[in-house]
Design a protein around this ligand. Sequence first.
Ligand code: HEM
Length: 267
Amino acid sequence: MPKLPAPPIPAPLKAPPPRPGEGNGKTAPHEHAKHAGINVVDWVDERTSLSGAARWMMFRKVPKGTNWFYTLGSATMFAFLSQAVTGVFLAMYYRPDPAGGAYESIRYVTNEVFLGQFVRGMHKWGSSVMVVLVFLHMGRTFFFGAYKYPRELNWVIGVVLLILTMVMSFTGYLLPFDQRAYWATIVGVNINGTGPLIGPYLSDFLRGGPEFGATTLSRFYAIHMLLVPGLLAALIGAHLYLVAKLGTTAPPWTGAEKNPELREAEA
Ligand code: HEM
């Protein structure tokens, strides 16, 4: 049977021209390996054009006078990421069983698992770090007037992020299910119940009924591990999208918000 000619290779899929030193038959294999990472990134980018989005997000001009206070938002984000990573490792051992299983699983992580106490400590202290950072970041945006037009929506998203961060701390506190966690959560749920109008419904929802019991722990566990982390991740994405789209506010003492010509950009 006659051999059919091979179809032409589309231009974007053709091999790139050899780099200097390549293609003369003398290139050592490790020289090719040096370009492997670049070739993989090129391959993915050719099919997705993701580098455009990454460039749009990362290579932005920032206003004159930008200082260390502007790192508080990113610091909060890294605290969140650290909580997510350490939380996944804790979840590998945790059992939401109110009849002693939850307490025992936490005891096991702390005393028996390699680096368990360290990871649990990071998660426990990290939650306080995140709460402190979120307040400092909110203070920065408030005192720099970053809540004003056109960034009001980002402030509102920020308020929701603040509430969700507090919900994470509150729901996480019950999970070890020791005496302190149990009674502190009863106090917290009762405080919620004193709120106007929705208070009693909220405390019923949190308890999973009129009594504090087995359902309460499953409910707190689901809120802490699934619901709120998902919402936080999505809203942080929206928050960062708006930061990249609108740019950050210049410090108030530069006077740049009133005189846009002073908002001379620096790379
Ligand atoms: C999980 C919590 C949060 C994360 C991860 C986060 C992250 C960030 C990041 C990375 C930035 C850009 C850099 C910076 O200005 O620091 C930013 C900006 C901003 N954030 Fe947040 N944020 C959080 C919570 C909040 C809260 C609680 C508020 C206020 C209620 C808020 C309001 C704003 C505003 C208004 C901007 C724009 C700042 C400007 O234009 O100068 N954020 N956020």
